[in-house]
Design a protein around this ligand. Structure first.
Ligand code: KIV
Ligand code: ZN
Length: 514
């Protein structure tokens, strides 16, 4: 007998808890539309109580998405739950996901609550949530290090209070597959009315076991997996959705479940999330890495040419590798451009925004003959796409770099109606550009990461640059794309500076009190 496995995507919530991966409302809506296109069952759009911006983002996703259930996370307190309830109100199908920690260490050291108080709070939380929806999920944070008897007790009570999905998170990625499967199996066996709810798992990847633990739990009876695109998430991340979905599909002989995911949308989703968050995908990453279907050794190539299945267990086209088709060219008009953006799920909110994007497209088409979907995605996500509050804009950039000479850069930025110019030397042209930008911005931010990736193949490919800056408590990622990687680097740095200036501080859902 095969059951449907519910795919609960938390890229927009747990994924967003990765350093610097916080997304704007528009970016969340773009990713949510892609998740909907993939036929994800539940989209966790954020933590509505974190800030007004997060509330608005969850609400915007609830308004935009029609096919998937839209969910907000909420700690088990009345304020969080009411914020979540209000944020998901416009959804066709909405869910509130409330949680409280259940492990001895979290209850004693973080919550400073007794186990009785935790049960009482959890039951109250379900009651508040049910004022908004019957679709309520309860998570026992750090279940992987909680006592089985206590988990049975709290789950029994929240099911009685009306929770419909019971989630068992391995919050710190501590469990091994057999052990975690044993936990899920015991819970399903022992908790009264366990057949009235969907059992879910949420595994972190600290030991590289998130997908293995999730699949072991599915074999033990879990029927919802919480996961993220590219395995993004807190610390080492969450179970990667593409790996879970393709494992279930490829090993249907061993796993008694199926998903409704449109797998050809996996690679486009991966690229979109990578471009928006600035988290590159490692080339050897399963399913979505650039080398996932590349055969380098002669013996393998020979085998695949003779019979594909000698070395391939999945088809590249089934996960969307061929969907990166040639899209537009120099002669494409505004309507074709607009239509392709729509097909890619990119919403352009005004004619002004469309005109600006079209101008960037034309400038790119002058430099690069063939424009692919990835180029368009980058065009709409890089530092030159309007941020809600864009303070600095790149006006001009000149770099000199010659063998034996000290590299130098001159940058001109527009900021609040003024033109600001600075020059600097550096150990390389990128270093010189960043130093010149710092002379203007005086952000005193620390550079945590600088990475460059080619978006498509060929030497005329756009380089996509990610810059991660930290200042005080805040960490932001900036992106820039251009056929000239020095310009892409400048755009990325400016984008990060703008994000540092515009973002408001947010509450961390798993940080402290209930
Ligand atoms: O890792 C975790 O425990 C979580 C919960 C909030 C579900 O993200
Ligand atoms: Zn988590």
């Amino acid at each position: 007998m095969t059951d449907r496995l519910v795919i609960f995507d938390t890229t927009l919530r747990d994924g967003e808890q990765s350093p610097g991966a916080s997304m704007t409302r528009e970016e969340k809506v773009r990713i949510a539309r892609q998740l909907e296109k993939m036929r994800v069952d539940v989209i966790e759009a954020g933590f509505a109580a974190a800030s007004n911006g997060d509330f608005e983002a969850v609400r915007a996703v609830a308004e935009a998405v029609r096919e998937s259930t839209v969910c907000s996370l909420a700690r088990a307190n009345e304020n969080d739950i009411r914020r979540a309830g209000e944020a998901i109100r416009p959804a066709v199908s909405g869910r509130i996901h409330t949680f409280i920690a259940t492990s001895p260490i979290h209850m004693e050291k973080k919550l400073r609550m007794t186990s009785d108080q935790v049960v009482e709070q959890a039951v109250k939380a379900i009651g508040w949530a049910r004022e908004y929806t019957d679709n309520v999920e309860f998570s026992a944070e750090d279940a992987g290090r909680s006592e089985l008897d206590f988990l049975c007790r709290i789950f029994e009570q929240v099911i009685k209070a009306g929770a419909k999905t019971i989630n068992v998170p391995d919050t710190v990625g501590y469990n091994l597959p057999e052990q975690f499967a044993g936990l899920v199996r015991s819970l399903i066996e022992r908790v009264p009315n366990s057949d009235q709810v969907v059992w879910s798992v949420h595994c972190h990847n600290d030991l590289g076991l998130a997908v293995a633990n999730s699949l072991a739990a599915v074999a033990a009876g879990a029927r919802q997996v919480e996961c993220t695109i590219n395995g993004l998430g807190e610390r080492a991340g969450n179970a990667s959705m593409e790996e879970v979905v393709m494992a279930v599909r490829t090993r249907a002989d061993l796993l008694p479940v199926y998903t409704q995911i449109e797998t050809t949308q996996i690679v486009p989703a991966s690229k979109l999330v990578s471009q928006i968050t600035g988290y590159p995908v490692q080339p050897n990453k399963a399913i979505v890495g650039a080398n996932a279907f590349a055969h380098e050794s002669g013996i393998h190539q020979d085998g695949v040419l003779k019979h594909r299945e000698t070395y391939e267990i999945m088809r590249a086209e089934d996960v969307g590798w061929t969907t990166n088709r040639l899209t537009l060219g120099k002669l494409s008009g505004r309507n074709a451009f607009r239509a392709r953006l729509q097909e890619l799920g990119i919403v352009v909110t005004s004619e002004e925004q469309l005109n600006a994007a079209f101008a960037r497209f034309k400038a790119l088409a002058d430099k690069k003959q063939e424009i692919f979907d990835e180029d368009l995605q980058a065009l709409m996500s890089d530092g030159s796409a309007p941020l809600e509050q864009e303070h600095y804009k790149l006006v001009a950039l000149r770099v000199c770099s010659e063998t034996g000479e000290i590299p130098c850069a001159v940058v001109t930025l527009a900021a609040a109606g003024d033109e600001l110019k600075a020059e600097s030397s550096g150990s390389g042209p990128v270093d010189a550009v960043f130093k010149a930008l710092e002379k203007i911005a005086v952000s005193e931010a620390k550079l945590l990461l600088y990475s460059v990736n080619a978006i498509t193949g060929g030497t005329d490919a756009q380089g996509e640059v990610t810059v991660r800056l930290s200042k005080g408590e805040r960490v932001v990622n900036g992106q820039g794309a251009d056929t000239d990687i020095i310009t892409a680097s400048a755009k990325a740095y400016i984008n990060a500076l703008n994000r540092l200036r515009s973002g408001a501080p947010r509450l961390d859902p798993q940080g402290g009190a209930v």
